[in-house]
Design a protein. Sequence first.
Length: 278
Amino acid sequence: MTLWMSYHGYMQLKRSGRNYFGLCPFHNEKSPSFSVSPDKQIFHCFGCGAGGNVISFIMKIEGINFIEAVQLLAERANIALPTLQNNADTQKEELKAKVYKVNEFTADFYHKNLYTPNAKIAQEYVKKRMLTNDTLKAFQIGFSGKFNELYTALKKQGFEEKEILESGLVNRNDNGEYIDRYRNRLMFPICDVRGRVIAFGGRVLDDSKPKYINSPENVVYSKGRNLFGLNVAKKVDLKKLLIVEGYMDVISLHQRGIKNVVAPLGTALTRTTRIFIT
Ligand SMILES: [Zn+2]
């Protein structure tokens, strides 16, 4: 795979002379003004002026930083990146990598928990909402248990306080005890556009308030930059997205075959989220 091939995953490109042309993903247009030069490995849009190399293209379209873009490209091309020097950036990247792992483990932990006898209240709720097993699996819907069940499981798994607290899934109280943020709630993992779990939403199963709580923003999660369901919807149709209010709206429409649906995560849409919608 040559580097410039990376553009193909996002749009259709047609050869014209030495260059390739396609519809620009950064502005709305009907005739192609987005060009890619395989020789120079750069792109330029004659419509909106966007331009750069493949790394800046990936940064812009995925809404990620330079290091993440390089990692993503390396991953796709099956290239192992050399280990970086030990500096602040690297430490942040390492923490991020661990938080992703904490989230991945937690999504699985909550999902499995949904099928245990402890989750009766959640099982009744999903039954009432007529969610099928396929849907529960597709969205990895789960159930959070008591006091510090998740914390105990994370520690047992070898995770350290630093990444556990950064994930926002566990808080430390004034007595120094670690308490799970989500208890007795129906759990919705929130994924980024690449399908990595970056946060959670938890719904109460009784009358207590608030009805929903969400993960705080952290090294891997920024509300305005993500949409619930986008990782699923982008496989269907990137140009037409239906925006609905909440997780359950996305999930029930998805179950009825309407799959290009997303929900914002509690804040107004930002420039970055808008890229995917125009
Ligand atoms: Zn453009």
